[in-house]
Design a binder for this molecule. Structure first.
Ligand SMILES: Nc1ncnc2c1ncn2[C@@H]1O[C@H](COP(=O)(O)OP(=O)(O)O)[C@@H](O)[C@H]1O
Ligand SMILES: [Mg+2]
Length: 268
């Protein structure tokens, strides 16, 4: 799997088993910021709720095949791809059928590797990004098995570190059994309000616990980020100058830089 320039396609999953922490907002806006940096990006919406799909303004009426058909009916990614309003950004839409996928996967062959197999045939992209559902189910496991790196959005609240250690244990198990080179690309703090004492304390704890795995860029709490999806637009397109959009553009720069380092480490 290679990009147009011949470099290897990098596959990243936006993952956290908790809902409402900013996964979809991060997946959509990071994917958009990467496209704006002239990367060819494929976003795959793995959440049956389909918030990334609607947030990109893709209506049900234009969806012929979804990630469900890719996983279960061997529909190639090239046939399920929908172009978005964002240049260089393509989408594999979600479907409500995905909510039953968990049960269907349990009894299916190669159940952990279905997404990996599909993505390996995806075509010339610089980045493939998964927006994961809010659980560590088989769909998420498929994403972890298919990925080079994970981007973990974390909201600075009281139980943030407990949730993070649970996720890290899962990642460790996935490394042992399915994907030895899986890395945490980084942890991104979301909905940050540094006027709030608890938020500041949790940020300090997370930075101490995870060290330089935490991106320098933090995503501020910004209502523009939550308004944009109702217009079917990434915040970066809806209001390029809002603090949230700027933060995601900075995050994309950090992500690109870390990916370069990761790739260099592989060839060294
Ligand atoms: N930085 C932010 N500032 C304000 N609202 C945000 C921010 N990030 C996400 N939201 C809002 O919070 C809610 C949950 O975010 P979402 O990205 O859907 O989380 P998840 O995908 O983890 O469930 C959504 O309504 C979203 O618009
Ligand atoms: Mg979501």
């Amino acid at each position: 799997m290679h990009s147009l320039s011949g470099a290897e396609t990098r596959v990243l999953a936006v993952v956290n088993q908790k809902g409402g922490v900013g996964k979809t907002t991060t997946a959509v806006n990071l994917a958009t910021a990467l496209s704006a940096a002239r990367k060819k990006v494929l976003l795959i919406d793995l959440d049956p709720q389909g918030n990334a799909t609607t947030g990109l303004g893709v209506r049900r009426s234009v969806i012929r095949e979804s990630v469900y058909d890719v996983l279960f009916d061997a529909v190639p990614i090239s046939e399920a791809v929908v172009e978005t309003k964002v240049p260089n950004l393509s989408l594999i839409p979600s479907s409500v059928h995905l909510s039953g996928a968990e049960i269907e996967l349990v009894t299916s062959e190669n159940r952990e590797y279905r997404l990996k197999a599909a993505v390996e045939q995806a075509g010339a992209y610089d980045y493939v990004i998964f927006d994961c559902p809010p659980s560590l189910n088989l769909l998420t496991l498929n994403a972890l098995v298919a990925s080079h790196g994970l981007i973990v959005p974390l909201q600075c609240e009281f139980y943030a570190l407990e949730g993070l250690s649970h996720l890290l244990k899962t990642v460790e198990r996935v490394r042992k059994r399915f994907n030895p080179t899986l890395e945490i690309q980084g942890v991104v703090l979301t909905m940050v309000d540094r006027r709030n004492n608890l938020s500041r304390l949790v940020e300090e704890d997370v930075r101490e616990f995870m060290g330089d795995r935490v991106y320098k860029t933090v995503i501020p709490r910004n209502v523009r980020l939550s308004e944009a999806p109702s217009y079917g637009l990434p915040a970066i397109v809806y209001d390029m100058r809002c603090p949230g959009a700027k933060a995601y553009i900075d995050l994309a720069k950090e992500v690109i830089k870390r990916e370069k380092t990761a790739v260099q480490a592989l060839v060294a």
